[in-house]
Structure formats: C-alpha cells, structure tokens
Write a protein that binds this ligand. Structure first.
Ligand SMILES: [Zn+2]
Length: 531
C-alpha cells in the first residue's frame, strides 16, 4: 500500500526565537537552517522579514537550502489596500520560496483585537493570499486561535480557512495559539475541517501549554492533517511549541504512523537527531535536558541490576525503540560495553580505522571517562575528541610548544579621561627549535591570548591564516567557589568547515587556552601540516 506523505514545517527560527532569553544572530539562524535542512525538514520558517534587521538580512540573501524557505508575516492590515501595506510589501520582496501569512480566525479576536468586521478579515485573507500567489510563491495561512475560534463560531473559523484555499493557498495551518486545546478536541475539530478542506492541505501548529503539543499534533494527523509544525527541542514562548525532536522519531518508528506515512527524514538522517538537538542546546548555551524523550542522555539509561543484565541479553526487553535509531546511546551503568561501541562508532565516523579488539580502545575509553568526569564534554566538542583519539592512537605530531604565556588585564583612564579595561597577552612558542614571541592587545583576556597565539607560528602560519573563531561559550559547572569552568570554542576556516573544541579548568583563561590550542592543532592536522 502506498504511504501518504506527511510534511514537516520547522518554526524554530520564528516561533522558537520568541523564547525568553533566546536571541539568534544571523549566523545562528543560518547554522540552524543548515542543520534543519540536513535533517530532512521540508519547510523552514526563517522569520519575519521587515520586522527586524536580522530577519531582513536573512531574507536578502541566497541560502542554498533544499527545504522550502518560508517568510512569515501578517495578512494585510484591515481597511488598507494591499498596495499600501509596508509589512506585506516586505514579505513580497523577501527572497523566499514560500510565504506564510498569519490571520485571525476567531470572531472574538477580530472584533476585540483587530476592531474590524468579519467580512473585512476575510477580505484581508483573500487579498493577501492572492497577492502572494501572484508573486509565484507557495502560500500558507496560519489560522490564529483556530481551535478556540472553531469552538466559538465554527462557520467563521472555517470561512477564514476556506477563503485562503479558494485563493490558491497550498496549506491552511490550524493553530492552537494559546496551547489550551486537548487531543480529543483537536482530533474532533480537525476531523470536521477535513470534510470541507482536503486533509493534504491542512496543517497543525500546536503550543505546549497543557503539555499536549506533541499529542495534539499526532491527533491532528490521525484526523487527516498532513503538515506538522513544530520546533527543535520544543523551543518557543511560554511552555514552548510542539517538539519536532519527539514527533519525528514517533512518526518514523511507531507502527501506526510509520506504516501509513512517509516523511522527508530518512533513517540515516534520523540517526543525527540527537546530535541536532544537542547542537541547538549548545548554541543557546543551555544544558541539554537529560530526560528528553528519545534524545536525552537518560532516555536509554537503565540502572544496574536485573534490568541491565536483561538489556544486555536482549535490548528490546526494556527499550521502546533502539537508541541508535535516533543517534542516542544505551547507557548501562554496570558495563563498559556501551561506551566501547560508542567510541568505536565515533572512530569510524571520523575515519580512523582501528581493530575493535585493539587494546588502545580501552585506554581511549578510560581517558574519555576520566576527562568527562571532570567536566569535558566530548559530544559537543567533536574536534577535541578527534584529537584525543588521534593522540591515544599515537598520530598527532607535536607541531609547536607553548613555553609560556602571560595575560594581563589593566583598568585605567585613557587619554580622554574615560575608564577603560585593556588586556595584553604575550606568548612564547617554540617552532622547529626557533623561539618566537608574540604580543597582542584584545578587548578581553581571551581575545588577547587568541590573537597573540595565532600571530606568529613560524612555518605553520600559512596553515592557520584562514582560521577564525566564530563562537565562544562558557559554562560554570557544579557552582560555588570550587566551580570548574568549561569553555567551548567554535572555529571556522576558509573552506567553511566548522569544528568545536573544549577546555576545562578552575581558571577560565587556562580552560580557554586549552580550547584555543586544540582548535589550532586540529586545523594543522586537518590541513596535513608537516610535523
Ligand atoms: Zn505559534
């Protein structure tokens, strides 16, 4: 039997960006968009062109994505022609494959918030959709507060959706904007809607205010909706949006859905899900939720005892899905077996061929465990892991030695009588028996150290000239005065390759230095620099 296609629409960059404390830069948005694209998401909503500088810039450039890149914005303002609406003009000018309008579908909101008539609201939907269809874009309509609107006035809510479809909108998306709907209500109402509008043109956009966003999304699919909107890790304002990281594996791995539907995420892409989820957390400088379904560190961790020994014999006895299907790992607290296979899988991924019985594997595993126990996070720092593995396997040349470094922070009055803080770093390195001394000033101690370290590496300078630090993140582990600092540094080179390195110390400069050194050495290894 042919399976029906379900479409995934990610709104992390728009709705997810509404989360308290989340502020995506243009680079963050591009990085997340690439990650979503690699995951196999069908639609990526980039943001709200015209509403802020980041989103305007994002929509001014070519992004080279396979996914349908979608601009979001309001339907034309009531009482105003489409030709005289700057918001609508910005949407039509944006470089996007699709346009998603949001419009009211609850008569109460039309009256109270919009202060206009139901007829004018419908006309606004029709005019906006028509203008966007004419511009050659795929068009979607987000029907705001659809479920509350439907409960209050089903004819009007349906008329809003129908108006968009009649004008050629590809999708109408039923939004549970305040997140208050429950699964049985969603299933019933979507069931009514698809009698009027074909299900393959209906989407669901659920918020998580009663912790039902994932359940509501699945209920909508059961009732006939064929597009699901959500965000990575359920990011979103208040209690968040429907979590695609939970929805995707459910659709792929649970019989009722897997047998009936296809999604754009392949089995191989599904295996990168845990990594994508953790990468977003790292970008936001948040500790990943250990108990997150499917991808959390504890999702497949079973305490020692009878359970663990049963799992060793037959994993299916206690696990609802296979952890590696979503790129997670089984954690058994009684045995090294799981860690060993993880390390082997990592070595394979970075292309290091090692026999599985090689005694150095056990040694590498011990070193990783020791270091993770004191705060290193190798899952987040792929380049540091690779260097560690290469070192244990005896493959990293010692290119140069840092004999000494010195970082100075000074606060004083400048010539204009303003209070300024300046940092100066001096680094002594030895390259090929030659001693080189570099000094640099920076806007902070780590910046000064980085500049001094990369200023003159003798014969290696040409290999690192394209190296650039793109992100620097600090996390204080275990709090208090005994706190340990973990630094993660993301670097990029002239080819666009990105990598992350880690350093851990009670001293933040020392932790930063370790991560900087790893980044430089990794680049030298990757460039095939001679020893
Ligand atoms: Zn929303």
């Amino acid at each position: 039997m042919a399976r029906e296609r379900l479409y995934l629409f990610d709104t992390t960059l728009r709705d997810g960006a509404q989360t308290n404390g989340v502020d995506f830069t243009l680079n963050d948005k591009l990085a997340i968009a690439r990650m979503l694209d690699d995951l196999g998401i069908d639609y990526i909503e980039g943001g709200y062109p015209g509403a802020n500088l980041t989103d305007t810039q994002l929509f001014a450039q070519e992004r080279g994505l396979k996914a349908t890149f979608t601009a979001f914005g309001m339907a034309r303002r009531p009482g105003r022609p489409t030709s005289n609406d700057p918001g609508l003009a910005a949407l039509l000018e944006a470089k996007s494959d699709a346009i998603c309008f949001v419009a009211k579908s609850w008569d109460y909101h039309v009256r109270v918030a919009l202060e206009t008539s139901p007829e004018e609201n419908l006309a606004s939907i029709r005019d906006s959709v028509r203008a966007a269809v004419r511009s050659g874009r795929e068009v979607l309509l987000d029907c705001e507060h659809f479920f509350d609107g439907y409960k209050a006035n089903p004819q009007f809510a349906l008329a809003c959706a129908k108006a968009a479809v009649d004008e050629g909108a590809r999708w109408v998306v039923l939004c549970d904007t305040n997140g208050g709907a429950l699964p049985h209500e969603v299933e019933k109402i979507v069931g009514e809607v698809v009698k009027v509008i074909p299900g393959d043109r209906v989407g669901i956009h659920a918020h998580n205010d009663t912790e039902q966003a994932v359940a509501n999304s699945l209920a909508a699919v059961r009732a006939g909706a064929r597009q699901i909107q959500g965000t990575l890790n359920g990011l979103g304002e208040r209690c968040g949006n429907a979590n695609l990281v939970s929805i995707i594996p459910t659709l792929k791995l649970k019989g009722e859905f897997a047998e009936r539907f296809d999604i754009g995420v392949s089995e191989a892409q599904l295996k990168t899900l845990a990594h994508a989820s953790h990468t977003l957390d790292e970008m936001l400088n948040r500790a990943p939720n250990r108990h997150a379904p499917y991808v959390g560190e504890s999702a497949f961790a079973t305490k020692a005892g009878i359970h663990a020994s049963a799992i060793m014999k037959e994993p299916a006895t206690y696990e609802h899905v296979a952890p590696d299907a979503v790129g997670n790992r089984r954690k058994l607290l009684v045995s090294d077996q799981a860690g060993r296979s993880n390390v082997l899988a990592e070595l394979d991924r970075i292309g290091l061929k090692v026999d599985k019985d090689d005694p150095r594997i056990v040694r590498l595993l011990d070193v990783v465990k020791e270091r993770e126990a004191v705060g290193y996070a190798y899952e987040a720092a792929d380049a540091s892991f690779e260097l560690l593995a290469r070192r244990v396997l005896g493959e990293v040349p010692s290119y140069f030695d840092v004999e000494k470094f010195d970082v100075n922070v000074e606060q004083r009055d400048n010539a204009l009588g303003e209070r300024v803080t300046v940092s100066l770093a001096v680094v002594k390195v030895k390259v090929d028996g030659e001693r080189l001394i570099s000094a640099a000033e920076g806007n902070g101690p780590v910046n000064a150290l980085d500049l001094a370290l990369r200023k003159d590496l003798g014969k290696y300078q040409s290999y690192i000239s394209g190296l650039e630090l793109t992100d620097y993140r600090v996390r204080i582990l275990n709090g208090g005065t005994e706190a340990v600092t973990r630094v993660l540094i993301e670097s990029q080179d002239e080819t666009g390759e990105r990598w992350t390195t880690v350093g851990v110390s009670s001293n933040i400069i020392d932790a930063s230095f370790q991560a900087l050194m790893d980044s430089i050495v990794y680049k030298l290894v990757r460039s095939g620099a001679p020893a």
